[in-house]
Design a protein around this ligand. Structure first.
Ligand code: PMP
Length: 352
């Protein structure tokens, strides 16, 4: 069964077994009439309750201030790469400042250049930088999913801060009030793929003065409760179940402690074990995506086989980085980390 696998996939990723079961049940029968969640109207009172409940859970779990909107969109985090500059820099003489933390930040930069002036700061080179006070906004990526690095502090600046939190949202406490807009593809700690979460300060959304296509205008989602068109009903429903699971577990503070323990256990073994080496600079090591390699790269495929025989899946590194990447998202149990740590140790002992 699925439970015998340890799923370290980077996204879509592991979800709690109870959530998968509840979602599966809802596919069969969901509403009072016995209809499936897949065949009910998004305008039904039952689904309206789901979407409002999902919003309430986001607000509660992340402590979202009153003057922020919580929106559900489609198009993944990748659509946000262009929607952000279309809304906030297009037609403006101001420069948008982007932090280049890696692969996804670079994709965001590529899109932003289509709409306005862009200045980039290479976070990989230096952690000290200044954001010009005249910038349209500052954009950063809180967790670099591919490189396995994470931002543990955010700049203090009067400029609106926009953050791609796709791969670490709901994994740790964040101070939403420090951001003008946060976005995240759902398929890591929120739910299945197909939905994008946006949390935005209302005054920031209202600062947009130029006309935009409705589906690319944040205010259209806000003013229609994310029901301007048919939303991704099943993705939102399953996200609701997953956020209920997180709340019941103890919320973001509790999961953050667990996530720290999981990451520490794995990094400790990587540092202790002479066969392996971490890929991220120690101070930037992500708690969500642990990237590492075998010093003798010829052994890589052997370790992947060794791990697969123990039910450890999803640990192949991204093609541009190589090596391995173990993603330790919220739903990954500590036992899975133990199983991986044991595999590193036993594989290394076998080589000796
Ligand atoms: N940003 C980050 C940090 C990501 O991890 C990902 C997906 N792995 C994306 C953006 C792209 O998201 P999507 O596939 O939802 O467009």
């Amino acid at each position: 069964s699925k439970t015998s696998k340890h799923n370290f996939g980077a996204g879509p990723c592991i979800l709690p077994q109870t959530v998968l079961k509840q979602a599966a049940d809802a596919v069969e029968h969901w509403d009072k009439a016995g209809l499936s969640i897949l065949e009910i109207s998004h305008r039904s009172p039952e689904f309206e309750a789901v979407i409002r409940n999902t919003e309430a859970l986001v607000r509660e779990l992340l402590d979202v201030p009153e003057d922020y909107s919580v929106l559900f969109l489609q198009g993944g985090a990748s659509l946000q790469f262009c929607m952000v500059p279309m809304n906030f820099s297009q037609g403006s003489p101001k420069t948008a400042v982007y932090l280049d933390g890696g692969y996804f930040g670079q994709k965001a930069i590529k899109e932003a250049k289509l709409f306005g002036k862009v200045e980039t700061i290479d976070w990989k080179q230096s952690k000290t930088y200044t954001i010009p006070g005249s910038a349209a906004y500052f954009h950063c990526t809180s967790n670099n999913t591919i490189e396995g690095t994470e931002m543990f502090s955010f700049p203090e600046t009067p400029v609106p801060v926009i953050c791609d939190m796709s791969s670490d949202i709901f994994s740790r406490k964040i101070d939403v009030s420090r951001f003008a807009l946060i976005y995240a593809g759902a398929q890591k700690n929120m739910g299945p793929a197909g939905m994008t979460l946006v949390i935005a300060k209302n005054t920031f959304l209202d600062s947009v003065k130029h006309p935009l296509p409705s589906m690319l205008d944040y205010r259209v989602y806000r003013d229609n409760g994310s029901l301007y068109n048919t939303p991704p009903v099943f993705a939102i429903y399953t996200a609701m179940l997953n956020l209920q699971w997180l709340k019941k577990k103890g919320g973001v503070n509790l999961i953050a402690r667990e996530n720290l323990c999981k990451a520490q256990a794995l990094y400790d073994e990587i540092d202790r074990n002479p066969l392996f080496e971490g890929l991220a600079p120690a101070a930037d090591r992500s708690l969500m995506n642990v990237t590492f390699k075998i010093r003798n790269e010829a052994l890589e495929p052997h370790f992947l086989d060794f791990a697969a025989r123990r039910g450890l899946v999803g640990i192949r590194g991204y093609r541009t980085v190589g090596g391995f990447r173990a993603s330790l998202y919220n739903a990954l149990p500590y036992e899975s980390v133990t199983a991986l740590v044991n595999a590193l140790r036993d594989f290394s002992n076998d080589q000796a």
